[in-house]
Design a protein around this ligand. Structure first.
Ligand SMILES: [Zn+2]
Length: 436
């Protein structure tokens, strides 16, 4: 192949521009050089005297998907995900029993990375609990952020040895991609580590990601039993201690007081959130990765996606892991969100478009990879050529967007990461001559 490849399609969905019937992008050096109508892109190249090869796909071309919450390490724990549970505690017990047995985390994570690429994913927020799984994104060439998970530290143990151990584990994560820390949840760590973890990350310019609003008891108890919070003078030891003392403080307000939230942080789930909690997330510039199929397996309530949409919150989409979800196909979660939003009364016609945006640019923004030299999550000049080709009729652009958002699972025909074909279906290979 020559230096420039034109990828033309029945419909190009750039996300940051209107869908382009008969559109194309030009790619060179792993980056997007032009985006527009196919004839215009070709004329631009011709005007510059640049030779190119063309790959034509009659279906849809859109940015690669960004899976904004997962644990690739748990890919081999699908037996847990096939169960049905009555809530977070119930699921946790089943998870712990299998986790304790141990597995080949590295090969499980690699298998998960492969499934994600086959589902059109090009960047991932991947939480790692055991070091053997820490190279999954790096080895698969996936973009995104690898987060080292931190949990179960008491304040004194953290001060004595925890902080140093976590800093060493963070610094040992293979890069690229970017790295960060994931304080597991507000209730599984004392306040001291929760307060210090963001500093460790921010000193290094990394990212923060935590589970928030996944367990029902995290929700603010109204009316407050005691108010105001006593921590002008002293930090409560932990969220559980605060609750035990009779305060109804919600987990979101708790982590906010500790300085955890911010534009360099995103949360997963956000199911049990009051409107005040959601406003706090917006005020801090913190996005939420919604994982509706995982919530259903665990037996949680549905996430308030209609409220997030109406209120203008930053939303992304995650599959979570196979230990709580039927597949790593992000478009299946998009379809679930589409159904839930309609059931919750969201009637605007922009639903499909906003959900496809959440699964691409919304995820990239949540992970902080939507700007800078290696920006991704949308098709625009200079962005990485992270691409997903999908099998869908393109006669009508509105219908195509609606179909992908409501029934997009299993439709990915090819995935390119930084311009390199990493997955091609037999149909895509036969149609285009491109094989991964
Ligand atoms: Zn999770």
């Amino acid at each position: 192949m020559t230096g420039v490849t034109v990828y033309s399609a029945g419909l190009v969905i750039p996300i940051t521009a209107p869908p382009i019937p008969g559109g194309a992008i030009a790619v060179a050096g792993g980056r997007i050089r032009h985006v527009g109508d196919r004839a215009w892109v070709i004329a631009e190249l011709a005007a510059r005297g640049e030779a190119f090869d063309e790959v034509h796909w009659p279906g849809v071309l859109m940015p690669g998907l960004v899976n904004a919450h997962s644990h690739l390490q748990y890919t081999g724990m699908a037996e847990v995900g096939r169960g049905g549970y009555a809530g977070f505690g119930d699921w946790s017990a089943a998870f712990d029993a299998v986790y304790a047995g141990g597995r080949d985390w590295r090969s499980d994570a690699a298998a998960g990375a492969r499934m994600m690429i086959e589902a059109g994913t090009t960047a991932v927020a991947d939480i790692v609990t055991d070091a053997e799984a820490g190279g999954a994104l790096h080895e698969a060439g996936l973009g995104g952020i690898t987060y080292w998970e931190v949990m179960s530290w008491t304040g004194p143990a953290w001060a004595a040895t925890g902080r140093a151990q976590v800093e060493a584990a963070l610094d040992a994560l293979p890069s690229p991609p970017g790295t960060g820390l994931s304080p597991h949840a507000p209730y599984s760590l004392d306040a001291l580590p929760l307060q210090e973890i963001p500093d460790i990350v921010r000193e290094r310019g990394g990212r923060i990601h935590l589970h928030l609003g996944e367990a029902a008891f995290e929700r603010e108890e109204l009316p407050p039993l005691r108010d105001p919070l006593p921590w002008h003078d002293s930090l409560p030891g932990s969220f559980r201690e605060l609750r035990g003392a009779g305060y109804g403080t919600g987990a979101t307000e708790f982590v906010d007081r500790l300085g955890v939230l911010g534009p360099d942080c995103h949360i997963a789930h956000g199911v049990y959130m009051t409107s005040r909690d959601r406003a706090l997330l917006r005020a801090r510039g913190t996005s939420v990765a919604l994982c509706p199929r995982s919530n259903a397996v665990i037996g949680l309530d549905e996430p308030p996606v209609a409220a997030y949409l109406v209120e203008g919150s930053g939303i992304a989409v995650g599959t979570d892991s196979l230990s709580s979800s039927p597949s790593l196909d992000l478009l299946a979660d998009v379809a679930a969100l589409h159904r839930i939003a309609r059931a919750q009364g969201y009637t605007d016609r922009d639903l499909a478009e906003r959900l496809l945006r959440a699964a691409t640019l919304g995820g990239a923004h949540a992970l902080g990879i939507d700007t800078g030299p290696d920006r991704t999550g949308y098709l625009a000049v200079g962005a990485l050529a992270d691409l997903a080709f999908l099998d869908a009729p393109t006669v009508d652009a509105v219908d195509a967007v609606e179909l992908l958002a409501s029934d997009g699972a299993g439709r990915v025909a090819a995935t390119l990461i930084a311009g390199v074909a990493r997955h091609t279906s037999p149909t895509f290979a036969d149609t285009t001559g491109v094989r991964a």
